[in-house]
Design a protein around this ligand. Structure first.
Ligand code: FAD
Ligand code: SF4
Ligand code: SF4
Length: 492
């Protein structure tokens, strides 16, 4: 792995050798810029961000790889339609605040999305440069450039203009990216906005789920403080459905419209024997203890965590990678990611899998946990694992795991983290039966407006889409906000 200094020097050399006028051929031959990173042996001992971000030279070199395609195929891969070639062109002109303006026409959270968007399956998937090289890793690094712009301009971002007060009140339930985007856009139109969050900290998964080493919490706090500065009121520790119901908000508390962005925070379990043993955690609990409750900061935080030696993480998605890498940082000696298919079928981002392996996590693939074993104190002592092989593709197109009879074997672990997915919490549905849901418990909404079956109540993000992505949640929040603004205008 090249050091950040070497990467920057190489970029400066490339930059000084570029001709003044670049042809498409020149651009296509500019080398793709690697992301400088903390070394794996160092980073497993700290919670600081792994990816360090491009320097200005690296960003300029990478931006010059963009061919400025007229048909902009990359834009169709961005769920919020950022004008990618236009912001990249501004980078090549060193007009970074102009680049940020272009991004902010469509996205409110560039520093966050530039870090956590699964770009390889979104904008970068369609990039002409990646296609020319027949290698998606060679696509223009759109996400990294977006992050560069947001970080470079972090102190100059202005608050949006807010229209005069309309006298209308909007309640936003939950404070994840869907709610943050919705709250900002509704407030801009001059409506009063109150965000109700069940936890003591705002930000949803951005605060409690995605680890500090992928998304520094100060970035999330900065975005939240902008919302507060816009006059949005935050009410923490309020569980809507218990503390107040949706109907009470509308009929007794005077809210004219409600947006529900409660996410998909209900962990799924395997339903195998032993899941109630001590030291079996859902990934949500494990990550919340570390991220939100700062368990890793042993000097300043009172949150306890289980001191593990041998950890098994069940699952192959991003949440499993986050839990596994967090376990290493909390001092585990070995961490196995136990997954029933092969590495090729893992839903986690390629980069996250590579980072987990670089840091020392083991992939125990084609392995299905069938029982968790406990010792005389009820603490995990091992997991019975059944070998699998790949069968025919299932509905998702991925080859299905087929268990191999007689292949059960026990592996010693003292901790199990279950990271096999999340569902939506049924509380609001139970207390507001007028809101229609599908069989998975997700809210059914009008595709154009994100309005639910209850008039004046809108929803977006994971509560509608199932466990999805930050940018999709943000896009839904913005769509719902536009519809709420139109709805309130009609009511005026
Ligand atoms: P959430 O972010 O889930 O926020 C919902 C909020 O609502 C929570 O704060 C919750 O406490 C609150 N709430 C719930 N019920 C109530 C109630 N009744 N009353 C009041 N408040 C309530 N996506 C990516 O794009 N890239 C990634 O790298 C990525 N990594 C992830 C890692 C982890 C560990 C997890 C769990 C998810 C990850 N995701 C990632 C998915 C992404 O974070 C979600 O798709 C996104 O946060 C959904 O946003 P949301 O606003 O719908 O809900
Ligand atoms: Fe790509 Fe995400 Fe940025 Fe859109 S928001 S351009 S998908 S990194
Ligand atoms: Fe640039 Fe790639 Fe988009 Fe073309 S597809 S405009 S090369 S980022």
């Amino acid at each position: 792995m090249k050091t950040p200094e070497v990467l920057d020097k190489e970029a400066r050399d490339v930059l000084s050798s570029l001709p003044e006028v670049l042809t498409a051929k020149d651009r296509a031959s500019i080398p793709h810029q690697e992301m400088p990173q903390q070394r794996p042996e160092e980073r497993i001992h700290n919670m600081s961000e792994v990816a360090l971000g491009y320097t200005e030279s690296e960003a300029l070199v990478e931006a010059n790889r963009c061919l400025q395609c007229r048909n902009k195929p990359c834009v169709s891969g961005c769920p919020v339609g950022i004008d990618i070639p236009r912001f990249i062109k501004s980078i090549t002109e060193k007009d970074y605040s102009g680049a940020l303006d272009v991004i902010q026409e469509s996205s409110l959270l560039p520093a966050i999305c530039g870090r956590v968007c699964p770009q390889e399956s979104q904008c970068q998937k369609y990039c002409t440069v990646g296609k020319m090289h027949k290698d998606i890793d060679q696509a223009v690094a759109i996400g990294r450039l977006e992050r560069f712009v947001a970080d470079h301009e972090k102190d100059s971002a202005k608050l949006p203009e807010i229209a005069p007060q309309t006298g209308k009140k909007v309640a936003v339930v939950g404070s994840g990216p869907a709610s943050m985007a919705c709250a900002a856009d509704v407030r801009r139109m001059g409506h009063s906005v109150t965000v109700f969050e069940a936890l003591h900290k705002m930000g949803g998964v951005l605060s409690y789920g995605i680890p500090e080493f992928r998304l520094p919490k100060q970035l999330v706090e900065k975005e939240l403080s902008k919302l507060e500065a816009m006059g949005i009121e935050f009410q923490r520790n309020v569980l809507i459905g218990r503390t107040r119901t949706i109907k009470e908000l509308m009929e007794e508390d005077g809210y004219d419209a409600v947006f529900i962005g409660t996410g998909a925070g209900l962990p799924k379990f395997m339903n195998i024997p032993g899941e109630n043993l001590i030291s079996v955690f859902s990934a949500n609990e494990y990550l919340t203890r570390s991220n939100l409750m700062k368990a890793y900061d042993t000097e300043n935080s009172l949150t306890p965590y289980f001191h593990s030696h041998r950890v098994a993480v069940f699952g192959g998605g991003n949440v499993a990678m986050d839990a596994a890498r967090t376990a290493l940082r909390l001092g585990a000696e070995t961490v196995d990611i136990v997954y029933r298919r092969t590495r090729d079928e893992m839903p986690a981002r390629k980069e996250e899998i590579e980072h987990a392996i670089e840091e020392g996590c083991n992939l125990r693939t084609l392995s299905q946990p069938v029982e968790i074993l406990g010792d005389e104190n009820g603490i995990v002592r091992g997991v019975v694992i059944r070998r699998c092989e790949l069968g025919a593709p299932d509905a998702s197109g991925r080859r299905s795991p087929v268990e191999i009879p007689g292949s059960d074997h026990t592996v010693e672990y003292d901790t199990v983290i279950v990271a096999i997915g999340n569902a939506s919490n049924p509380l609001i549905k139970k207390t507001t039966p007028e809101i229609e849901t599908n069989k998975r418990g997700n809210f059914i909404v009008d595709e154009e407006t994100n309005e639910t079956s209850l008039k004046g109540v809108f929803a977006g993000g994971d509560i509608v889409l199932g466990a999805a992505t930050v940018i999709l949640a943000m896009g839904q929040g913005r769509k719902a906000a536009a519809a709420i603004n139109a709805y309130l205008k009609e009511q005026a």
